[in-house]
Design a binder for this molecule. Structure first.
Ligand code: PBG
Length: 331
């Protein structure tokens, strides 16, 4: 006789929903937006079908559309014209910066949205690195004041939460202090805590044209600051430091290949855990679905649910809008 039969609790949707352990809602999702200067521009990222680079006017329309789907959290990334790039990313905190103006416009028109920024030099750097490149190395401590200026400018522009994605040591504390001194004590910091030197960022770098540049004095990859994909213990060290330095969220990036890291951070810290389901992860699934090999309407929610199950409170994903539509239409 089989006394214990787990299948009993799967016998109807009503029962299954009663014992469901993990829930996914649009509330958990953040939608990335790529913006570029100009008017009436909407160009698809070839390696990320369905995702567009948009000029500010179209970004405002996009935000409005997403709000109708109950999606109200956005992380915004700028694609910067080559002529504004330099060694020290000065355009990142310039009063003329269209990205900062856009943030102000979004918050003015839609004060209810949560707007997250990107703090890193790569969109603005002629070297295509997240930090200052000097004599062939990415200089940690000389990068910090640049990040702090960028962060303060973003807080002033109206971003609710800042997202340092650069992986310099000590930057969370440095940025926190700079914000507090300028009176931005309520602006949050979502630390890219365990950001791995992953091959999955390709479509993103295509979208922003932000890959490391070729040159004798430019490191060809980001391995001296992003984490080694082989390491998990080290993520705890990074998390401890970011927590001590005042981070409001700890992020793991990418997500699917690093579910164990999400879980270990969730188990060990009280701070909310964010996971960045990055461009390459989405591209892989989209490619398989385009071929008819996988069903997008099933795989997309299953993928996001897996990231939630591992322990992510927040998921940054290019699928956010599709998920929000699915919830509304029930498809
Ligand atoms: C860089 C940054 C990257 C992403 C977010 N911020 C790329 C990189 O580190 O080279 C990648 C996100 C994605 O692939 O979706 N500051």
């Amino acid at each position: 006789m089989i006394t214990r039969r787990p299948r009993r609790n799967r016998s109807s949707e009503a029962i299954r929903s009663m014992i469901r352990e993990t829930h996914l809602s649009v509330d958990h999702l953040v939608f990335p937006l790529f913006t570029l200067d100009g008017k009436n521009i909407k160009s698809e990222v070839p390696s990320l079908p369905g995702i567009f680079r948009m000029s500010p006017d179209n970004i405002l329309r996009e935000v409005e559309e997403c709000l109708k789907l109950n999606l109200n959290k956005f992380i915004v990334f700028p694609a910067v014209d080559e002529k504004f790039k330099d060694k020290t990313a000065t355009y990142s905190y310039s009063k003329e910066n269209f990205y900062l103006k856009l943030a102000t416009d979004i918050k003015k028109r839609f004060p209810e949205v949560c707007l997250i920024s990107d703090v890193a030099m790569d969109p603005y750097s002629i070297d295509g690195h997240d930090g200052l490149v000097e004599k062939g190395i990415v200089h940690n401590d000389k990068t910090l004041p640049i990040l702090a200026k960028m962060a303060v400018a973003q807080a002033e522009a109206g971003f609710d939460i800042l997202g340092p994605s650069d992986m310099m040591d000590g930057r969370i504390g440095y940025i926190r202090e700079a914000l507090d001194i300028e009176g931005h004590t309520d602006t949050g910091v979502m630390a890219y805590t365990a950001k791995y030197a992953s091959g999955l960022y390709g479509p993103f770098r295509d979208a922003l044209d932000s890959a490391p540049r070729e040159g004798d004095d430019i490191p060809k990859d980001k391995k001296t600051y992003q984490m080694d994909p082989a390491n998990k213990q080290e993520a705890l060290l990074e998390a401890m430091l970011d927590a001590e330095e005042g981070a409001d969220f700890l992020m793991v990036k990418p997500a699917l290949h690093y579910l164990d890291v999400i879980q270990i951070l969730k188990t060990n810290f009280e701070i909310p855990i964010a996971a960045y389901h990055v461009s390459g992860e989405c591209a892989m699934l989209l490619a398989a679905c385009k071929n008819g090999w996988l069903d997008y309407n099933r795989m997309m929610p299953e993928t996001l649910l897996a990231i939630r199950r591992a322990g992510a409170d927040v998921i940054i994903t290019y699928f956010a809008k599709d998920y929000a539509k699915q919830v509304l239409t029930g498809i």
